[in-house]
Design a protein around this ligand. Sequence first.
Ligand code: SF4
Length: 259
Amino acid sequence: MSEPRKRIFIGLIVFTVFLITAITVGLYLIPYVGLKNIHPLAPKIVCVSMGTVVGTLVFGVALLVLTLIRGREIFGAQRLRGVVIEVLFPIMIVVGKFLGISKEKIQRSFVEVNNLLVLAKCSRKRPERVLLLMPHCLQNNDCEIKITSDASKCKACGKCRIKDLVELAQKHKVHLSVATGGTLARRRVAEAKPQAIIAVACERDLTSGIQDAYPLPVIGILNDRPFGPCFNTSVDIAKVAEALEYFANGQCGSPGTGR
Ligand code: SF4
């Protein structure tokens, strides 16, 4: 994972926790007098409850940051991934907007942090249960072969990366699927019932895909867009191959999925 992106994520997450703590303390202090009037013990009960919530949050974030720095699971990396996906990421988008950090930058950072947490688990998967999920825009726009129903129909002319992806899928004996959008991608996942997914897409689609697929482990790889979005896109095949090796061998470490 690239250092600047890791720093963006860690910085934002620490700021978010600080903000939540400040809001919680504020919520406690403001109605203090009123709570005392309800029951003399009410302020203490509220204080202990809020302290527990904030303490758990701080502990969780400290674990997460340590996992990101070490690149290996310390404790419950997958649960931490769930907290990042379902709780922290939506808050970080709002906080990032407030701080003037673009949504795309935060999404990129989120994808990489997700990857690091998947990789920290060091988990091996059976090849037939690994799904390579690709966007249709990888196919050369002039190609008339319908690869969304069956990618192996590709004639391997080499004008786009589909050729290399078909070869990789055959070499590793994994399932390759090319989807035209989020709905079809979700259907393909439901049909294939994979144990793990390697997905290529733009920041927005990878982010929503990782969120939708959770708790399935997804390694997200950003596509290259030399001609702009959704047209004759490309992908670094070495990164896809590294991600496949990771699931084949269950070795910890980063497949360098950033651009
Ligand atoms: S590599 Fe396959 S999918 Fe790509 S343009 Fe050639 S035949 Fe079509």
